[in-house]
Ligand binder design. Structure first.
Ligand code: IMP
Length: 426
């Protein structure tokens, strides 16, 4: 079975970009299957920092094919900017290493404006989105009014679709939000320019991927966001609008479950959250600031400071179930090195009772109180360690505790942002 999957096992920002970059060497193809430019995958190669929003992380490797699947929502301006920036930095991007699904939907200017306008109007109840138009773009996809990549190559169809959408969107922008109407001509003309740039990359990724699988090519699926942000399984409504969990792979790329081998969950040794929504294990403010600074916990897409919390094993075990994780890669354990004691959440107290069941609801989850155990810290720099054997005993105990609770093996441990700062847990 030639397909492996990387999923974020928390609320995103688990360090997936780096892991995908490290693993890519063993694969022929890397595929993004959901989300859009709300993602921000930070990869550090030879002391150079790259932040990828839409391009699969395999783009930084020579000789790998990168596919943007049908489940992704693509903001053309952002995609072109991202490709061009990498080309300017010496990365080769051609139709040989990048393919974009003709069935992927595009994010239009009105999606971004509606995203921000809705957030502003919601005030304290806002979701805290990345303002990249993700929710409104997926809304149109499911309302069957969205514009797909394939539509932009047919002038008449494109113009009709923009017109139909703007009739509705301009009414809402003007009358509900009191904003300016958008010009149909401007949107159309812009897309005509953008489509020439992306034309060489566009193709039938669904057919192509299945052909590659039949030839036993090794494929890595790169999830964006995290499982707890899944629109079905996360802390709704404080979620994104796609399925970062395993189901998203099939609907977002067109492959069958029968090709899936490993489902690798990426989890930080603590956890973070950006945007609104419940976060039961949020740390005390002073520890949070310390962890945020050491772990550089600021959004790669928006620059927002991330809230930091203790590892929530109730949530992690839930993610093991919903995505069928076969292993976990533990990241950023080095960030905890200055703490004498480390808390881990092993149960929730909910309605006066202790439970180890996660509550997948963004309102109800506010009512749980985390039950912790405290483990010893190691108070030692881990960033230069390159073998599991050399890790302090307290780290090994921490790792073992996670494995025993979740019933899943930790396969690798990452101790810093560089490609070299990772090793197998044997
Ligand atoms: P949206 O995806 O921009 O609509 O944002 C919805 C929620 O998902 C917000 O809480 C965002 O902060 C969060 N979110 C979206 N993308 C990411 C990501 O890549 N990492 C972490 N959180 C994200």
């Amino acid at each position: 079975m030639p397909a492996d999957i990387i999923v974020g096992a928390q609320w995103g920002d688990e360090g997936k970009g780096k892991i995908i970059d490290v693993l890519t060497g063993s694969y022929d193809v890397v595929v993004r299957y959901q989300g859009g430019a709300n993602a921000g995958h930070t990869v550090i190669v030879d002391n150079q920092k790259y932040v990828l929003h839409l391009l699969p992380s395999g783009i930084l490797h020579k000789g790998k094919l990168n596919i943007i699947g049908n489940g992704v929502v693509i903001e053309l301006e952002e995609l072109i900017k991202e490709i061009q920036t990498l080309i300017n930095r010496g990365i080769k991007i051609t139709s040989k290493n990048l393919m974009i699904s003709e069935n992927a939907h595009i994010v239009l200017p009105y999606h971004k404006i509606l995203d921000s306008a809705r957030e502003t109007k919601s005030g304290a109840k806002k979701i805290g989105t990345t303002a990249r138009g993700i929710g409104p773009a997926y809304t149109d996809k499911y309302s069957r009014t969205g514009i797909r990549i394939r539509d932009i190559f047919d002038d008449e169809k494109l113009l009709n679709k923009i017109e139909m959408n703007l009739n509705e969107k301009n009414y809402i922008l003007k009358n509900y939000y009191g904003l300016e109407e958008l010009s149909e001509k401007e949107i159309y003309q812009n897309i005509l320019k953008q489509r020439e740039y992306i034309r060489p990359f566009v193709g039938d990724t669904i057919y192509f991927l299945n052909e590659l699988l039949k030839k036993n090519k090794k494929i890595l699926f790169e999830g964006a966001q995290g499982s707890l942000l899944d629109v079905d399984f996360g802390t709704y409504p404080y979620v994104t609008s796609s399925n970062p969990t395993i189901g998203g792979v099939m609907t977002g790329s067109g492959i069958s479950y029968k090709y899936i081998n490993k489902v690798i969950g990426i989890a930080k040794a603590y956890q973070t959250r950006v945007g609104s929504g419940p976060f039961p294990t949020e740390m005390e403010k002073d520890i949070q600031q310390k962890i945020r600074d050491i772990g550089a916990e600021y959004g790669a897409t928006t620059g927002r400071p991330r809230s930091c919390g203790w590892l929530d094993l109730v949530a992690l075990k839930y993610v093991v179930d919903i995505s069928g994780l076969t292993e976990i890669i533990l990241t950023k354990i080095d960030v905890l090195s200055t703490l004498k004691k480390i808390k881990v959440c092993i149960k929730y107290e909910y309605n006066g009772k202790k439970t180890d069941r996660f509550i997948p609801d963004g309102m109800e989850l506010y009512n749980v109180r985390p039950v912790y155990i405290e483990l010893d810290g190691w108070m030692q720099d881990l960033s230069k360690i390159r073998t599991y054997k050399k890790l302090p005993v307290a780290v090994k105990k921490y790792v073992k505790f996670i494995e025993e609770y979740t019933g899943i093996k930790i396969s690798k441990i990452s101790v810093g942002p560089d490609r070299k700062q990772i090793f197998n847990k044997k």
